[in-house]
Write a protein that binds this ligand. Structure first.
Ligand code: NAD
Ligand code: DAU
Length: 368
């Protein structure tokens, strides 16, 4: 059996591949466009490992996706590929529409075509499909798992209960609107065509290999470089943080046992205001890599103009995933953030490599 995983040179996808292949012999075909956010260095430990097949390409390239599906006959397609950064979606929404909406549509259509060619029945009925190899999946076993975000639900007031799966969709940024559209397409392909889909909506991830444009890695990297730590607005916006490996274990669990057509919220019950996150990162750096002048890193905090349309609060109710699929995060915020800071301290070369080239050009253009 094989998995086709899209966007797996990015932050969460690459962590998923590394975790998967640490405990499974099942190969992964990794289809990634290698935008500024995709980085094969993250997967360098898999060089020469036949279980990881990397293909550079676009999820919207129907011919390529059709060929990969026919050639590798995956039992599941996991769609991580997306433009993922809210600030970028504000400056330039076009790529978000193209990949997150049009790309997901094209991927769904290619997968629907492939799924229709699979023999009906379960693996146990394989003798009904004598022309198929022993390892080919059947239509009943196949899954399309779409990785999405809590941002589709919009912004919560201070006292509102956390987002459940039945919360209405109220996306506020071009990014979240594009993800909401993709979720709706996935839902419709199940409802209309019967495609066996699963959707996960996760809160903010953090951990190793996180691109240093997102809050936590940006704060670590800027602090160490002696640069300002930009906190948007009053810094009291709340996000709900989950260690990336826990997101990966949740996806694995949903793939194994999720009910078809269902969505599962994934979160770590870690609601925190941004300023608290930044101060925690500063305190860990004070402990693990004190500034040469002995001053606290928190001195570098700088309040800057708020993000337009900034959502005030996200919070995930993960009861469904916990009760139905017995999933639990392994890390608390305290253990996860310490591991994360330690990882960045140990991997300055990865940071400087991903910050070179396309990313630096983009930042220079936006903020010149
Ligand atoms: P990322 O930006 O780090 O990685 C995205 C990857 O997708 C990159 O490797 C990029 O090259 C690839 N890609 C982009 N466009 C593509 C295309 N057209 N075809 C093929 N590959 C393409 O993103 P991430 O943080 O790893 O997020 C992965 C998924 O999880 C996204 O769908 C995102 O919406 C979702 N998500 C992220 C978070 C988070 O906190 N990071 C939380 C919830 C959900
Ligand atoms: O909630 C899940 C989402 O989390 C994912 O779907 C997105 O792909 C992912 O990027 C993330 O979106 P956010 O916008 O919440 O993440 P970001 O790290 O950009 O920002 C986190 C919070 O920190 C947010 O309230 C904005 C604030 N922020 C961010 C940056 C980069 C700052 O105050 N300063 C900054 O420099």
């Amino acid at each position: 059996m094989t998995l086709l995983v899209t966007g797996a040179a990015g932050f969460i996808g690459a962590n998923f591949v590394l975790d998967w292949l640490a405990s499974s012999q099942e190969p992964i075909i990794n289809l990634d466009k290698l935008t500024y956010a995709g980085n094969l260095e993250t997967l360098s430990s898999l060089q020469g490992d036949a279980r990881h097949v990397f293909v550079q390409g676009d999820i919207g390239d129907t011919e390529l996706v059709n060929r990969l599906l026919a050639e590798h006959q995956p039992r599941a397609v996991l769609n991580f590929a997306a433009e993922s950064h809210v600030d970028r979606s504000i400056y330039g929404p076009g790529d978000f529409i193209e990949t997150n909406i049009v790309g997901t549509f094209r991927l769904l259509e290619a997968v629907r075509g492939y799924w229709g060619t699979l023999p009906v029945g379960a693996v146990s009925d394989r003798e009904q499909a004598p022309s198929r190899s022993e390892t080919a999946p059947t239509r009943n076993d196949f899954r399309f798992l779409h990785v999405s975000t809590d941002e589709v639900y919009g912004s919560l007031a201070k006292d509102d209960p956390a987002f459940s799966e039945t919360h209405r969709y109220e996306p506020n940024s071009p990014y979240s609107a594009s993800k909401a559209a993709s979720d709706h397409l996935v839902r419709a392909w199940h409802h209309t065509y019967g495609l066996p889909v699963l959707t996960t909506n996760c809160s903010n991830n953090y951990g190793p290999y996180h691109f240093p444009e997102k809050l936590i890695p940006l704060m670590i990297v800027n602090a160490l470089a002696g640069k300002p730590l930009p906190v948007y607005g009053d810094g009291m916006q709340i996000r709900d943080w989950l260690y990336v490996k826990d997101h990966c274990s949740a996806i694995r669990r949903v793939l194994e046992a999720g009910r078809l057509g269902e969505t599962y919220n994934v979160g770590g019950w870690n609601e925190k205001p941004n300023i608290e996150i930044v101060k925690t990162v500063c305190a860990l750096l004070d402990e693990l890599r004190p500034r040469a002048d002995g001053q606290p890193y928190a001195q570098q905090i700088s309040y800057v103009t708020d993000r337009p349309g900034h959502d005030r609060r996200y919070a995930i109710d993960a009861h469904k995933l916990e009760a139905e699929l017995s999933w639990k995060p392994a890390e608390t915020f305290e253990t996860g953030i310490r591991k994360t800071v330690q990882w960045y301290l140990a991997n300055p070369q990865w940071v400087s490599n991903v910050q070179s080239g396309a990313y630096r050009d983009w930042v220079n253009k936006q903020y010149a």
